[in-house]
Design a protein around this ligand. Structure first.
Ligand code: SF4
Length: 352
């Protein structure tokens, strides 16, 4: 299991399952096969230990999470190649080779392998970043846990991925996961179209953005990065530009980078060099603001919603965004209560 990874926004990865039901990046019916995990499975699946027999045969690997929980605590440690993570506990990305919320994976398994491990004394030393394209299943798991009076671990960040405006509907389900202490993040990668996140941002804590890489990659426009950074800044949400991708345009002109993924920020235009982290007490790391944050976040697993601390964001704008969100939430709750009251009235009338 990779204790170290090149993925810029985490330290390590862990896969309690391998394989996936597919998404817009992998669909055997339409012939779309651009998911990195799927491509690796096509090469190694069935032949190499640790892989699913084929990408479509989602396979569980119990014990991997427990093993990862014993990895060294990185809190307070400087990362040589990822200074934006300095000071943080180890960040472990759950499921870079799978979607652990694929249909055959039971809630019992997820509760035992992911929730219990994140909640264990060893697991609490780390932050677990769980990314899925099935946030509706993650929300159902969260409800299931709630019914058993098991809280969503504060050190388990809930994330979903979007690629186009049409896929942003996933965010609605993501917002139902966990409670007010849950850190929710969005991976906008590979981004295929311009995306407006304004309506969702006040309730998110972190946005990661990236262009597509690999053969036949769709183009990424640097204007999308400028725009996304601006949207996040206005909402007071941490923003992290991961990579520009393999085919990059700026103002309509193709620009090339020595790094084929354009993930080395030293090559980027200065205004794009922003990699902020969504953790209380952690300074954002961006060009010109100093290299790192030094504060070590809470070790008791109680990191709070934090985007308020992202540097360079006007507190007034953030407050206005949160106020608007609180009003929307009150209205939604009122609507739900009205619906429940109407239903009760209808039942009473029927009973008479
Ligand atoms: S959900 Fe994730 S792992 Fe599954 S096919 Fe899509 S990108 Fe690949």
């Amino acid at each position: 299991m990779p204790v170290a990874t090149k993925i810029q926004w985490c330290d390590s990865t862990c896969n309690p399952t391998m394989g996936c039901d597919g998404c817009e990046l992998w669909n055997t019916k339409t012939g779309v096969r651009i998911c990195y995990a799927g491509t690796l499975h096509a090469r190694f699946g069935g032949a190499t230990t640790g892989y699913a027999p084929s990408f479509e045969q989602v396979t569980t690997f119990p014990g991997r999470m427990a093993e990862a929980a014993h990895w060294r605590d990185l809190c307070g440690t400087a990362r040589k190649d990822k200074p934006w993570l300095n000071g943080l506990p180890r960040l472990i990305f759950i499921s870079d080779m799978s979607d652990a919320l694929s249909s055959v994976v039971t809630f019992d398994y997820l509760e035992r392998e992911i929730i219990a491990v994140a909640n264990s004394p060893e697991g609490k030393r780390h932050r677990w970043l769980w990314l899925t394209k099935r946030p509706e299943r993650m929300a159902a798991l969260s409800d299931d846990l709630q019914q058993k009076q098991i809280g969503w671990p504060d050190n388990l960040w809930a994330g979903t991925s979007v690629t186009t405006p049409a896929t942003t509907t996933r965010i609605r389900s993501l917002l139902r996961v966990g409670d007010e202490n849950t850190i929710r993040f969005l991976s906008v990668e590979p981004q295929w179209e311009s995306i407006d996140l304004t309506q969702w941002l006040p309730r998110l804590d972190w946005v990661i953005q990236g262009g597509e890489s690999g053969r036949g990659a769709s183009p990424f426009h640097t204007e999308w990065a400028v725009d996304m950074r601006q949207q996040c800044q206005e909402a007071g949400v941490a923003y992290f530009l991961k990579q520009l991708g393999g085919v990059v345009f700026a103002k309509g002109t193709r620009i090339k980078f020595a790094d084929g993924h354009a993930g080395t920020w030293a090559e980027w235009p200065e205004q794009l060099r922003v990699r902020e982290m969504p953790v209380a007490g952690q300074q954002a790391c961006s060009e010109g603001t100093g290299e790192t944050g030094s504060a070590c976040p809470d070790l008791d697993g109680s990191s709070k919603r934090i985007a308020l601390n992202v540097i360079g964001v006007s507190g007034v704008r953030r407050e206005a965004a949160l106020k608007a969100w609180a009003t929307r939430r009150r209205n939604e709750q009122a609507k739900q209560l009205t619906a429940v009251a109407k239903k009760a009235l209808a039942i009473r009338r029927k009973a008479k």
